[in-house]
Design a protein around this ligand. Structure first.
Ligand code: THU
Length: 141
């Protein structure tokens, strides 16, 4: 299994691929999944700004599209002081696959903060609640 410091190093490498000509804010992410495999991501911006995808979601969508369903942990690297926290959308997407995943935010100076998805998104919108409602037929009307 990848170590936390290896995960940070991979997120830092992924940041090099950030496509951010509009914001010039480069973000890298690396997630370790249930299989033990690591998937990386960077932010990918668009001239139509709202179509931008954050680094964390790029990594999660790569992983899920390769068959993963469990996120065990994520490292996120930015060139900020302090290291930047994941945005609300990425918190919710991480919550879908890893509500108890660990989160490491780091910067290029080597500063790190360690937390969890649940700490970043307490009482996140819960897939189990939605699935239970569908099973009860609440959404069939
Ligand atoms: N961004 C991320 O990649 N992850 C986040 O959690 C927050 C923001 C990106 C989106 C955009 O390309 C740039 O950072 C500035 O907002």
């Amino acid at each position: 299994m990848v170590t936390p410091s290896e995960l940070v190093a991979l997120a830092r490498e992924a940041r090099e691929h950030a496509y951010a000509p509009y914001s010039r804010f480069h973000v890298g992410a690396a997630i370790v999944c249930g299989s033990g495999r690591v998937y990386t991501g960077c932010n990918v911006e668009n001239a139509s700004y709202s179509h931008t995808c954050c680094a964390e979601r790029t990594a999660v969508f790569k992983a899920v599209s390769e068959g993963e369903r469990v996120v065990l942990g994520v490292a996120i690297v930015t060139d900020t002081q302090p290291p930047a926290s994941p945005c609300g959308s990425c918190r919710q997407v991480l919550h879908e696959f890893g509500p108890d995943a660990f989160v490491i935010v780091a910067n290029l100076q080597g500063e790190e903060r360690h937390s969890t998805v649940r700490a970043y998104l307490p009482e996140g919108f819960d897939p189990e609640v939605v699935l239970a409602a569908i099973r009860r037929g609440q959404e069939a009307r």
